[in-house]
Write a protein that binds this ligand. Structure first.
Ligand SMILES: [Ca+2]
Ligand SMILES: [Ca+2]
Length: 215
């Protein structure tokens, strides 16, 4: 006696569609479930690691790729010694200062920033504020100055500029240079007093950074 006809069942992770078995893609990310299981991704989540790329496009589908912008800064300070000595002698302000050109820099500050994406993903845009602060005390080095700012030291904002950059791929970057002259025109009296007493510290810092990152 012939055995009764039994439709052949589709294997695990396949669906019977019409007369054939089709590989199932539960999360519709383009990768069939059986392949996701082989690769170690979640068949029910189109973006297993939650970064920018769906599993089918992700070169590292279980590692959360992310952009990471780092910067290095080179700071230079050039004092106009002759003018500072004149100032220290009290000859810049008041009657004695009539002959002094207020555009001439007492101090010139130059900052060179090099920004680099050290992550393994790109960022579509980057923006940050570059702010020059003056603090009414003297620091031995930049690290001490930054620590004091972080601790909430009283500071006076001298200059601010927002700069932006477009796409920065992994391993690439851009650089910016800023210079700022402390002159009688643009220096607040309070800072001038500190400067003449050799008690000031001027520093440029990056704040309010914004860019896409996933980790
Ligand atoms: Ca899938
Ligand atoms: Ca991913």
């Amino acid at each position: 006696m012939d055995s009764q006809y039994q439709p052949k069942a589709c294997p695990t992770d396949y669906d019977c569609m019409g007369n054939s078995c089709k590989a199932r893609d539960s999360d519709s990310d383009g990768l069939p479930d059986y392949l996701e299981k082989q690769r170690g991704t979640d068949p029910l989540n189109p973006n297993t690691d939650g970064d920018r790329y769906n599993d089918a496009q992700d070169p590292q589908p279980t590692i959360k790729n992310s952009a990471k912008i780092n910067y290095t800064v080179k700071a230079e300070q050039q004092a106009n010694t002759a003018l500072l000595l004149t100032a220290a002698a009290g000859c810049l302000i008041g009657a004695c200062g009539a002959g002094v050109d207020p555009n001439v820099a007492l101090q010139k500050y130059v900052w060179t920033f090099q920004f680099t994406n050290t992550g393994d993903d790109y960022t579509q845009s980057y923006s940050a504020d570059f702010i020059i602060y003056n603090l009414p005390q003297k620091f031995n080095n930049r690290a001490e100055c930054l620590a004091a700012i972080a601790a909430g030291a009283e500071k006076t904002e001298l200059y601010r500029e927002r700069f932006t950059s477009g796409t920065i791929t992994a391993g690439s970057g851009f650089s910016k240079q800023f210079s700022y002259d402390l002159t009688l025109f643009n220096i607040p009296q309070k800072i001038l007093k500190n400067l003449l007493n050799q008690g000031d510290s001027t520093i440029g810092v990056i704040e309010n950074e914004q860019y896409e990152k996933y980790a």
